[in-house]
Ligand binder design. Structure first.
Ligand SMILES: [Cu+2]
Length: 338
């Protein structure tokens, strides 16, 4: 009996120490990035509870193990077999019922948290998300706006309707906690209520090809006012973009080109478009060519025809099926970038 009391006390002490240790080192819950959505709150809460239960289970397993190793060690000269114990109905009932209750409790808490997360706000803002190897494009349907940055107003539920152009991707903003697959051929939904202004990143969380690791775009959560201003500006820009250059810019955004190509000289997954037109381009095989209309057209329709020096072969860029008109609009836009 005395052994049970000692082990019981030690289990509690070890569980508490484990929890304190995890908490001090920040592993208990601080290891998650900041909590930036309403949905994250109940996930964090559940996580915290689970860590506590895990600390207790850790103690419950480790303490009897080490206690037995030390206290019930075979003494010198002791050759007899250990006492043979068999069947203890009460004990068996206990260790069946307690875990059952624990698991059912967590199933209930998990279900409750899931329904919290899926709570539907009929006034949710709808934004379409297009995923493709290897970038994200966001569409604000009522405004005809396409961007490669996701802008969201704070404290308002947003419903993302997500589609993939090619393979399975996964939409993940760690600060929002929730993760959702984006599957070709169907629309998946993702509801989020951002609660903290700031800039985050959406990352693809489903290995989707060679440049999967670079599939990340900015997510900007702003006050309702500055979100509205931004959206109006974008809508105005979209309206004004009826010129070939303007249409080209829109096409470059819609197709995700500017997710890989910068327009100001910054290095991204692909070569910058800044100063590209009419300049000499060097290729991986040592040859070179002037970036004229024909070359740019070929680069779009068949990226593997010529690989720009310093970029991996085969090309990371997927071939795009664009019409001649669309291509000449994009070229008109590229021409303006110098
Ligand atoms: Cu992906």
């Amino acid at each position: 009996m005395i052994h049970f009391l000692i082990v019981g006390a030690l289990v509690i002490v070890v569980a508490l120490l484990t929890y304190l240790g995890l908490d001090l080192t920040g592993l208990a819950d601080k290891m998650n990035p900041v909590t930036a959505s309403a949905q994250a709150v109940s996930i964090d809460h559940l996580w915290h509870l689970e860590v506590m239960v895990m600390c207790f289970l850790f103690g419950l397993i480790m303490v009897p193990l080490f206690y037995s190793l030390i206290v019930f060690r075979q003494k010198k000269g002791e050759l007899k077999d250990g006492q043979y114990v068999t069947g203890h109905t009460n004990l068996e009932i206990t260790w069946t019922v307690i875990p059952l209750i624990t698991v059912l409790t967590f199933a209930y808490l998990g279900g409750r948290s899931l329904s919290d997360i899926n709570r539907i706000d009929p006034n949710a803002l709808v934004i379409k998300v297009h995923a493709q190897q290897f970038t994200w494009t966001f569409e604000y349907p009522e405004y005809g706006v396409f961007t490669t940055e996701l802008h969201l107003p704070v404290n308002r539920q947003v419903l993302l309707k997500m589609e993939s152009k090619d393979v399975i991707h996964s939409f993940w903003v760690p600060e929002f906690r929730i993760k959702q697959d984006v599957v070709p051929g169907r629309i998946t939904e993702y509801r989020i209520t951002p609660t903290l202004e700031g800039s985050y990143k959406v990352r693809c969380a489903e290995l989707c090809g060679t440049s999967h690791a670079y599939m990340e775009n900015p997510v900007i959560v702003a006050s309702a006012d500055s979100y509205a201003t931004w959206l109006n500006d974008q809508a105005k820009l979209a309206q004004e973009s009826q010129t070939p250059e303007g249409k080209g810019k829109l096409l470059a955004t819609k197709n995700g080109c500017i997710g890989c190509h910068s327009v100001d000289g910054t290095k991204m997954t692909g070569p910058t478009w800044f100063g590209l037109y009419d300049e000499d381009t060097k290729f991986a095989d040592g040859t070179d060519a002037v970036a004229d209309d024909a070359y740019i057209k070929e680069s779009i329709l068949d990226p593997n025809a010529k690989i720009v020096a310093g970029f991996p072969s085969p090309s990371i860029m997927p071939p795009f099926k664009l019409t001649d008109d669309e291509i000449s609009d994009i070229i008109a836009y590229i021409k303006t970038l110098k």
